[in-house]
Design a protein around this ligand. Structure first.
Ligand SMILES: [Zn+2]
Ligand SMILES: [Zn+2]
Length: 774
């Protein structure tokens, strides 16, 4: 069967896309999910029934709220050491004082990667662990449909006010009685973005018509992205946040009457930042955020703060649900943070823990077929039983030491059970669907192999080729392989413990994929067979076959393979530039050697030389053809003609090609000095840092101007007058934009205080550009 190259290529592309999709589906497992929230309005469980008959607890409803008003201050990219470390002591004096001597509980909340804002907001409000798939939908965040704290609060009639990052507004549309979203798009904006939140504060704090106030400050995150965690801008920003916290705390305290419930102030970060100021990964700085609960309900702390306890970020949703008297979100894997309810009676504490355990074990039931064997589930059942015994003692009116000790024991059992349940639920999220990944990988690799074997033929002048299928032998192989793969599929899918995407597809689709894999395999085998067959034909021109692999080819191949292999280790990824420096230098050296040999060392008339020369001549010819410059057709096989046409590469061209590796090397050395520290040593001084520091703006401006002028001079030669003007204006716009965001300065302007004016100017220029492009 003959096939056009185009048809073959597009079918390969389709199959490749299928393989990649299957792999990605396995690589990004769906988070553990419970039923949709509309179907999930079941009544809360009652207290565990005491053993024996007759006695029933009357605690069947959700416990009433513990706090009246709750203010959540989320400071984006707030790292734990910004509050608990030396920076906190220096720049956040009020918060530090509250942490050390006030009525507060402080923790370090661990965020699970990806440490990106939207998945973190989801984790904070739903208590579940969003997978990496949430990063992909991070930019056009749709409304959050899972059961979550905000939805529960709204359903319970709480009035919620929100100011800050507009991701919240997109995630929770129509949930807030009042909101003002600020966009996180302008990363170089450190002040306005936070002032837009704070300007509402005084007015809202005076009012009484709200129950929950959520503030999400973005400024610190922006500072991190632009200048890193050690920038001089971080201190003033932390101080600004400290003043805001002070204002809110004092106002909340003044609102508390004698009879009403206490208020609660929660301070948290969605994620931290790395040493370079970015986030998304799992380094310690990125995952550790502070979590403070401040309320007059807590006991006053005495003595200095020891190292805060580590909790999970997902624990906040559960704890707040309990604090607000709401049902715990159904997908939450969080544990109640016990110290927050530590001053309640033993019966209440046990009740809270039982509700939490019940919710977690139900989530486990819905996601694991063999949930009864899970140690967490077993622990919970044991704890529930002892809880029943405790209630029997309690209802009997027993008030002795025994009751207290048993209560403490049950508490411990519950905490143990919650921990185990959470960890086995979290493990499910982190589990890859290996089988789907494997099938996807096999498909992708098979297509790649097939392309590798067939491409030389497909690219030949006729643009079509024989599909390598020799029927009699391969049809048997094909059927055997199909049968075997189907058997493997059945075995894997019946023995799998966790959910597998590929197994959940209909059997017809699965068989189709198996057929595809077998067909591709047979195609590869027969292609290999054909190549072997043709290689048995004696080689007529040994010289050509010898010179088909030059040193540069070998180097490029080995370098590529080596580079790919090096990416298996995280340190090599973090310091990848070192690999690049090494490879580029080596490549330049090899190129230089090859060029020198071609031009100087090999004598004319030497057959080896003529062939290499012919090759390099062909390359040059190709390059010239790309530029549409007419070159007389060169002779094909006669050596005399080749050497004569090689005279084209004389004079200046020869010297340019000889000098180019050295020019590239010099450029590389210059580029290297811009950033030689990589990720690990990013805080060390560098030429790049020197240039971007605010003291060397004039040097940077000069460099930027010179480079832009150079670009103009180099490109303008082939342009018409209109495009020349357009390009000049565009480059001017680039300069103005850089000047407007404060990286460089205009030559006539020494003082760069008035930023808003510059932005206006940049906007004007930008609009001008748009008009021109249209
Ligand atoms: Zn963030
Ligand atoms: Zn960020």
């Amino acid at each position: 069967m003959r096939l056009r190259s185009g048809v073959f290529a597009s079918s390969c592309l389709l199959v490749e896309a299928l393989g990649v999709a299957l792999f990605l589906r396995g690589f990004f497992p769906l988070p553990v999910r419970s039923l949709p929230r509309s179907e999930a309005r079941r009544d809360p469980p009652a207290e565990p029934a005491p053993p024996g008959s007759g006695m029933v607890s009357n605690w069947t409803k959700i416990p009433p709220p513990l706090f009246k008003k709750v203010v959540i201050v989320l400071i984006d990219a707030l790292r734990d050491d910004f509050v608990f470390g030396s920076k906190g002591k220096q720049f956040m004096p009020y918060t530090t004082q509250v942490i050390e001597k006030g009525t507060s509980h402080s923790f370090i909340a661990e965020a699970k990667p990806p440490t990106v804002t939207m998945p973190r907001i989801k984790a904070l409000t739903t208590g579940s662990i969003p997978g990496f798939i949430d990063v992909i939908v991070n930019l056009n965040s749709p409304a959050l449909l899972d059961d979550n704290l905000i939805w529960q609060a709204k359903t319970a009639g709480k009035r919620i006010i929100f100011y800050g990052d507009d991701t919240w507004v997109k995630l929770f549309p129509k949930h807030f009685v009042e909101y003002d979203g600020t966009t996180s798009f302008f990363v170089s904006d450190f002040t306005e973005v936070d002032d837009n939140v704070t300007r509402h504060l005084d007015r809202v704090l005076k009012r009484e018509d709200w129950d929950i106030l959520i503030l999400h400050y973005l400024g610190l995150d922006h500072i991190g992205h632009m200048t890193g965690p050690n920038s001089p801008l971080v201190g003033p920003k932390l101080h600004e946040m400290d003043n805001i916290l002070k204002k809110i705390h004092i106002s909340l305290l003044s609102k508390e009457g004698e009879s009403s419930l206490p208020n609660l102030l929660v301070v948290c970060g969605d994620h931290g930042m790395s040493e370079t100021g970015s986030h998304g990964g799992s380094s310690e700085g990125e995952v550790h955020t502070p979590l403070l609960f401040i309320s007059s309900a807590f006991e006053k702390r005495s003595g200095p703060l020891t190292q805060p306890k580590l909790v999970q970020q997902t624990d906040l949703a559960t704890t707040l649900a309990v604090g607000l008297g709401l049902p715990i979100s159904r997908n939450s894997v969080g544990n109640l943070i016990l110290p927050v309810v530590g001053d309640k009676t033993m019966r209440e504490q046990l009740r809270f823990l039982h509700l939490n355990g019940f919710q977690l074990s139900r989530l486990l039931q819905e996601n694991t077929p063999a949930y009864e064997k899970d140690p967490g589930y077993e622990h919970f059942k044991i704890a529930e039983k002892s809880h029943g015994n405790w209630i029997k003692l309690y209802l009997d009116g027993n008030n002795s030491e025994i009751l207290l000790n048993l209560g403490k024991k049950v508490l411990k059992q519950y905490l143990e059970a919650l921990k185990t349940l959470s960890s086995s639920l979290s493990k499910q999220v982190a589990q890859y669907d290996m089988y789907s990944m494997l099938v996807g990988t096999v498909i992708v690799l098979e297509v790649l192999f097939l392309l590798l074997l067939i491409t030389p033929k497909a690219l030949s002048s006729r643009a079509e080729f024989e599909v390598p299928l020799s029927p009699p032998l391969f049809s048997l192989l094909f059927y055997l392989m199909c049968l075997m793969l189907c058997a493997v599929h059945v075995i894997v899918c019946t023995s799998a413990e966790s959910l597998c995407y590929f197994c959940s597809m209909s059997w017809l689709t699965a068989v189709g994929v198996m057929v595809l894999i077998s067909a591709l395999m047979c195609g590869i085998l027969s292609a290999i067979g054909k190549i072997l067959e043709s290689s048995r034909v004696p080689v007529k021109n040994p010289v050509v076959s010898n010179s088909s692999w030059s040193e540069v080819d070998v180097l490029i191949l080995a370098g590529t393979i080596g580079h790919v292999l090096s990416l298996g280790a995280s340190s090599f990824i973090e310091e990848e530039h070192q690999t690049w420096y090494f490879l580029i230098n080596t490549l330049c050296l090899a190129l230089c050697q090859e060029l020198c040999r071609n031009y100087f060392l090999l004598k004319e008339g030497d057959p080896q030389h003529s062939i290499t020369l012919k090759q390099s001549f062909d390359n040059v010819k190709e390059a010239y053809e790309c530029k549409n410059i007419d070159i007389p057709a060169a002779g094909d096989s006669k050596l005399g003609k080749v050497t004569s046409s090689a005279e084209f590469i004389k004079g200046s061209d020869k010297w340019i090609s000889l000098a180019s590796p050295w020019i590239i090397l010099i450029c590389c050395r210059l580029l290297r000095s811009l950033n030689q520290t990589g990720v690990q040593w990013a805080h060390r001084p560098d030429f790049g840092h020197w240039l971007t520091s605010s003291e060397h703006k004039s040097e940077l401006s000069f460099l930027a101007a010179v480079s832009l002028v150079m670009i103009f001079i180099l490109v303008q030669r082939k342009c018409s007058l209109v495009s020349k003007i357009a390009m000049a204006l565009g480059l001017l716009g680039v300069y103005s934009y850089r000047a407007a965001i404060g990286n460089i300065i205009f030559p006539w302007q020494r003082d760069s205080k008035d930023i808003s004016k510059e932005i206006q100017m940049a906007l004007l220029l930008w609009m001008f550009q748009q008009v021109l492009w249209d």
